[in-house]
Design a protein around this ligand. Structure first.
Ligand code: FES
Ligand code: FE2
Length: 348
């Protein structure tokens, strides 16, 4: 891949004779499976809620993988995500209660422990032996709760170059996007759009020439000037089908971004974004508050620039050029990505 260079923007446009209408065909390449296709979803970490939405002792419901889950935080402070529908006769546990580290159904007061096992019925009879919820792997990073589609996580969300205790994070979420999460994730290896849509001026080489692939994703260097001439020295990467990581400097001060694309229903997602700065009073002449606000402004603006394109795209891989080399490889990565839906019978 190192010997592949994108077309220079000044390369002349070839004039060609028009193809007669009756001979025109739309070329499409190999299909990238949509989320939910064949009843399967990519096995990735998907954000599902902001940490602040689930204080200790509370429970909320969310759509996930075209089904429904509950997210609750017990008195031990740990967040758990389980299938929402009570195995008794299907009440939604999000209208129930958190008792200690258990969930109690509002309808007949059956109780489920942190492993999702029914441990008590309201009428005092022993719980049926098979009565249980599906319990998802969960992690909470930088103000965002992530859930893994599977029995065990296949990989972990990456750390930043500074330890967590040296960082300050603020998290927020976007409005609904009407495309699959991996379509937003595929924006990162699409380095053409980084300059066209987001106004980056790359200092020398196209960032895709620095790309380093790993078993579950990739990272690349972005050395560029941004729209208002901010001097960026960043590393950006994608892991799985749904998480984005970026770190590096803006005019000399450090900014980190951890973002995730959620999976409520096929063809939709929300973007959850953590903006991180170093926990020092002033860096690069900016206070901690100014750096956080700038990071949030930058990410909100970037996501808004992508939104009309992503909300209306009818994604089909067609003609790709050498400027799409990294994008093509990410599509291949997605074609081969593990897909499953072990919680299907519980959450629907
Ligand atoms: S439906 Fe939940 S206890 Fe009856
Ligand atoms: Fe973008």
């Amino acid at each position: 891949m190192d010997d592949v260079k994108p077309a220079a923007p000044t390369e002349p446009v070839a004039r060609r004779d028009p193809i007669p209408l009756a001979e025109r065909r739309r070329f499409t390449g190999m299909h990238v499976p949509a989320e939910g296709e064949g009843g399967l979803f990519t096995q990735s970490w998907f954000p599902i809620a902001l940490s602040t939405e689930v204080p200790a002792g509370t429970i909320i419901g969310r759509d996930f993988l075209d089904g429904r889950v509950v997210i609750y935080r017990g008195e031990d402070g740990v967040v758990r995500v389980q299938s929402a529908y009570c195995p008794h006769i299907g009440a939604d546990l999000s209208v129930g209660k958190v008792l200690g580290n258990r969930v109690q159904c509002a309808f007949h007061r059956w109780e489920y422990d942190e492993n999702g096992m029914c441990v008590k019925t309201g009428a005092g009879l022993p719980p049926p032996p098979g009565a249980c919820l599906y319990t998802f792997p969960v992690t909470e990073r930088f103000g965002i709760i992530y859930v893994f589609n599977g029995y065990e996580p296949l990989w972990q969300i990456a750390d930043f170059e500074y330890p967590d205790e040296q960082l300050v994070a603020e998290a927020f979420m976007s409005e609904l996007y009407t495309c699959d999460p991996w379509i937003f994730a595929s924006n990162t290896p699409d380095t053409q759009h980084i300059s066209v849509v987001h106004g980056f001026k790359f200092k020398s080489d196209d960032p895709m020439n620095s790309i380093k692939w790993e078993p579950w994703g990739f990272r690349m260097k972005i050395d560029a000037f941004h729209q208002d001439n901010e001097d960026l020295a960043w590393e950006a990467g994608i892991y799985g089908s749904s998480t984005f990581l970026q770190q590096g400097t803006v005019d000399g001060w450090w900014l980190g971004i951890a973002a995730g694309f959620s999976m409520p229903k096929p063809g939709t997602h929300y973007v959850f974004i953590s903006v991180l700065v170093r926990n020092v009073d002033v860096e690069g002449g900016k206070t901690l508050r100014e750096r956080l606000d700038f990071g949030k402004f930058l990410l909100a603006r970037t996501a808004a620039e992508d939104k009309p394109i992503l909300d209306s795209i009818h994604h089909k891989v067609g003609y790709l050029t050498r400027a799409d080399t990294a994008l093509a490889r990410y599509f291949d990565f997605l074609r081969n990505y593990p897909r499953a839906h072990p919680s299907r019978d519980f959450i629907r």
